[in-house]
Design a protein around this ligand. Structure first.
Ligand code: ADP
Ligand code: GLC
Length: 479
C-alpha cells in the first residue's frame, strides 16, 4: 500500500518538537513492516539541503518537486522547492522575533495541495493511495483530496489526519479562503470555517476519512470542552472515526546502550555510565558534585502547555531537600527569565541552559535521576518515554499520553512491581509537591529505586505496535 505522510518537520534534519521525532521514525517502522511509504515536506533550507540523492520529479511555475532520501534511512522524501515561500532560515513557522510568518497560509496550503496532487499522478512513478496528514500544517491535504474527488465523481485516496497538538490550529482570516482554490461550499461550518476564520486543522478534522491522535487518553480528552479547543463538538460527532495510537520511541536514536551523544553508554546490567554521566553534568553546569543529590531535569519547549510555573512552585522544595534541577529549554521569555533567576539564586543546585541542543538533551536525560513533565495537557509526550528507557524516572501530571505511559510509585504499585515514576493529578503547587516528596522518599530507598528503574527500562515503547495500528486503519480506507 502506497502511503504518503505529509508534515512540516522531520528528525534529524529539522525539529522543533516531538512531531519531528514521529515523522522521522513512524514511516521508517512502516517501511520495515512492508508498506510502500514516502513523506512530503516543504523545502525549508534544512530539508532542501539535507535530503540525500535528490532527483527532480516534477516542475510547475510555482515549485519544483524533488525526491530524496532521509539521511540514515532508506525513506524516500519529496521536498517542495519553492524558495519564495520556504527559503527562510531558522524556525519553520516564525521569524527571528517569534512572529508567525504572515503568509503561512500560502506556505502550508501548497504543502496540502502538492500532497493531493501526489494522489493524482504528479509523480508518474508513484501515486499515493493513502494521504496521512500531520497537524494543521498538512490539514488542507484531506480537503484538496476531497475537492478533487467531488470534481471527478470518484474516490482518489484514503485520508488520515493525525492531531499531535489540538492547540495549534492554523486559523487565518476568512479573506485568505479565495486564495486556496477550494470549492466555495468548503467555507462553511460543515467544512473548514471556524468562528469566522479559515482553520487548516479543522479542514483536516472535517474532511479526512479517519482521525487519530497520539495517545488513547488524549483521544478521549479532546472530545470534552476543557481540552477540545473548540473542536470537541466535531470530534464527538466523529468519535467513530477517531482513534488514539500511542507514539513510540526510536530505539536507534534514544537508547542508553548505543547513544552516540553520551560519553558513557550504560544498560540495565551495568549502570556505571549513568553515574559517570551525572557527575559530568554536575561539573559542566557548575552544580555541587554529589552523586547522592537527586538530580531532576527538564527538556522542554518553554510554553504554557508544559506546566513550568508548577516547576517554579516545586523548586524551593527540591532545593530545601537537597535535590538539584537542570533545565534545557527555549520559548516564552517570561519562563526563560524566571528559570534563569532561580538558577542565579541557587547556583549550586539549579542550572538552566536556554536554547535548543539535541546532544545536551541526550546527556541530560541520561545523567539525571528524574525527568519532570508536569504538563497542563500533553497529547503524548516523548521525553517521559525517553526517561523510562534511560532509567530516569518520569514525574508527570496524569493527563494525555503521560497518564497512559507512567505508573505512580504508590505503595500498592511498588508492591505489584508496576511502578515506573511519579504521577500527580491536580495542576497546582500542592499536586506537584506531593509527587516531588514521593520521589525523594523513594530515592532514599535505594534498592526499591533500582527496582523501579529496572522496570522502567524494560518497558517496550517501540514503533512497531503503532505502525501496525496505522496499517490496520489504512486498510479500512484504502481507495
Ligand atoms: P512537544 O512535541 O510538545 O514539544 P514531546 O515530548 O513530544 O513534546 O517532544 C519534544 C521533543 O523535543 C523531544 O525529542 C525533546 O527531547 C525535544 N526538545 C524539547 N526541547 C528541547 C531543547 N531545548 N533542546 C533539545 N531538544 C529539545
Ligand atoms: C506534540 C505534542 C506532544 C507529542 C508530539 C508528537 O508536539 O505536544 O505531546 O508527543 O506532538 O506526537
Amino acid at each position: 500500500m502506497r502511503v504518503l505522510h505529509v508534515c512540516s518537520e522531520i528528525y534529524p534534519l529539522l525539529k522543533t518538537g516531538g512531531l519531528a521525532d514521529v515523522a522521522g521514525a513512524l514511516p521508517v517502522a512502516q517501511l520495515r513492516a512492508g508498506l510502500d511509504v514516502r513523506v512530503l515536506v516543504p523545502g525549508f533550507p534544512a530539508l532542501r539541503n539535507g535530503m540525500l540523492d535528490q532527483v527532480l520529479v516534477a516542475e510547475s511555475g510555482a515549485f519544483r518537486l524533488y525526491r530524496g532520501v532521509l539521511p540514515g534511512t532508506t525513506l524516500p522524501v519529496y521536498v517542495i522547492d519553492a524558495p519564495g515561500l520556504y527559503d527562510r532560515p531558522g524556525n519553520p513557522y516564525a521569524d527571528a522575533g517569534h512572529t508567525a510568518y504572515p503568509d503561512n497560509y500560502r506556505r502550508f496550503a501548497l504543502l496540502g495541495w502538492v500532497a493531493a496532487q501526489l494522489a493524482q499522478g504528479l509523480d508518474p512513478a508513484w501515486r499515493a493511495a493513502i494521504v496521512h496528514a500531520h497537524d494543521w500544517h498538512a490539514g488542507l491535504a484531506p480537503a484538496y483530496v476531497k475537492a478533487a474527488e467531488q470534481a471527478a465523481g470518484k474516490r482518489i485516496a484514503g485520508t488520515v489526519q493525525t492531531v499531535h497538538n489540538l492547540a495549534y490550529q492554523g486559523n487565518f482570516p476568512a479573506q485568505v479562503f479565495g486564495e486556496l482554490h477550494l470549492p466555495s461550499h468548503f467555507y462553511a461550518a460543515d467544512g473548514l470555517e471556524f468562528y469566522g476564520m479559515v482553520s487548516f486543522l479543522k479542514a483536516g478534522l472535517y474532511y479526512a476519512d479517519k482521525l487519530t491522535t497520539v495517545s488513547p487518553t488524549y483521544a478521549r480528552e479532546i472530545q470534552g470542552s476543557e481540552q477540545g479547543c473548540g473542536f470537541d463538538g466535531l470530534l464527538r460527532q466523529r468519535a467513530g472515526d477517531l482513534a488514539g495510537i500511542l507514539n513510540g520511541v526510536d530505539d536507534t536514536v534514544w537508547n542508553p546502550t548505543l547513544d552516540p551523544f553520551i560519553a558513557h553508554p550504560y544498560s540495565l546490567h551495568n549502570m556505571a555510565g549513568k553515574h559517570q554521566g551525572k557527575t559530568a553534568l554536575q561539573q559542566e553546569a557548575g552544580l555541587a558534585v554529589q552523586d547522592r543529590a537527586p538530580l531532576f531535569c527538564i527538556v522542554s519547549r518553554l510554553t504554557e502547555q508544559k506546566g513550568l510555573h508548577l516547576v517554579l512552585d516545586a523548586l524551593p522544595g527540591i532545593v530545601a531537600r537537597g535535590g538539584q534541577l537542570m533545565v534545557l529549554g527555549a520559548g516564552d521569555s517570561a519562563f526563560e527569565a524566571q528559570l534563569s533567576a532561580a538558577a542565579a539564586a541557587h547556583p549550586a543546585s539549579v542550572a538552566v541552559h536556554l536554547g535548543y541542543d539535541e546532544q545536551l538533551a541526550h546527556r541530560l536525560i541520561a545523567g539525571a535521576d528524574v525527568i519532570m513533565v508536569p504538563s497542563r495537557f500533553e497529547p503524548c509526550g516523548l521525553t517521559q518515554l525517553y526517561g523510562l528507557k534511560y532509567g530516569t524516572l518520569p514525574l508527570v501530571r496524569r493527563v494525555g499520553g503521560l497518564a497512559d505511559t507512567v505508573v505512580d510509585a504508590s505503595l500498592e504499585h511498588l508492591d505489584e512491581q508496576v511502578a515506573s515514576g511519579f504521577v500527580f493529578d491536580n495542576f497546582d503547587a500542592a499536586g506537584i509537591d506531593a509527587a516531588v516528596r514521593r520521589a525523594f522518599a523513594l530515592y532514599k530507598r535505594r534498592s526499591e529505586w533500582e527496582d523501579v528503574q529496572a522496570y522502567a527500562m524494560q518497558q517496550q515503547f517501540g514503533w512497531d505496535a503503532a505502525a501496525a495500528q496505522y496499517g490496520a486503519l489504512y486498510q479500512q480506507i484504502a481507495a
